[in-house]
Design a protein around this ligand. Structure first.
Ligand SMILES: [Zn+2]
Length: 223
């Protein structure tokens, strides 16, 4: 059974069980007046977890408005194609430097196969292309509107050029991939630096990577 943790502010954390590993990647369902948003799909092999969580929360192809991925690495976004195929009305939010690799994943698959090998690729599951017209390529300053809820796009290059965090104004929560110091945030290296680049916003970190580790370390840090 999928592990779902309800967070304050109508956010649900889903353990995507990346390639069978509990607590390694997380997706988040975020509820707005005009529908839901999913942050991060995980690899294609995590689709069952997303569907199970969606069913239990009442999320359907009719009310899932957006699917956003933080970057196009397969452990975070390899499932975008298969998830989009199920949630047929959702627009797909991808960093503008990574979006073409979701539309045509040929190079992504070739690069990942070289890096990970065939066995790991089989564990990630089938990477399907997404329709270009459904993709919203985003950059710094763009917003995602869920009605009563605005999510900001923060470009956070470092781990990858096509790397973004999503800042939820309602909870002052930041959906952030890749743990702690591994991610440069606008040229800086620590989680606290996120606050430095956005003074007064006091984000709570909601990691899409190693959620267990980060939750222990930062305890949904209010900094
Ligand atoms: Zn990555």
């Amino acid at each position: 059974m999928v592990k779902i943790v309800q967070l304050p502010g109508e956010i649900w954390q889903i353990d995507l069980e990346d390639c069978g590993h509990l607590g390694r990647t997380a997706g988040y369902f975020v509820k707005g007046q005009e529908g839901w948003m999913l942050v991060e799909t995980g690899p294609a092999s995590s689709l069952d977890k997303i569907l199970e969580a969606a069913t239990s929360l009442g999320i359907t192809p009719d009310n899932l408005k957006y699917i956003a991925v933080t970057h196009v690495h397969l452990d975070h976004a390899g499932g975008l194609g298969v998830t989009a195929e199920y949630f047929t009305n959702a627009k797909l939010i991808v960093h503008n430097k990574g979006s073409r690799h979701m539309v045509d994943p040929t190079r992504l698959i070739a690069g990942a196969t070289k890096a990970w090998g065939e066995k790991k690729m089989a564990e990630f599951g089938k990477i399907k292309p997404v329709a270009k017209e459904r993709v919203i390529p985003v950059r710094e300053g763009d917003i995602i509107d869920l009605g009563n809820r605005i999510i900001e796009v923060w470009e956070t290059p470092g781990h990858a050029k096509h790397h973004a965090c999503f800042y939820d104004r309602k909870t002052k929560g930041l959906f952030k991939p890749v743990a702690g110091s591994m991610t440069k945030v606008k040229g800086t290296k620590t989680a606290k630096a996120i606050v430095a680049v956005s003074p007064g916003k006091a984000p709570t970190i909601m990691p899409t990577d190693t959620p267990n580790v980060i939750n222990k370390k930062f305890e949904r840090l209010n900094i």
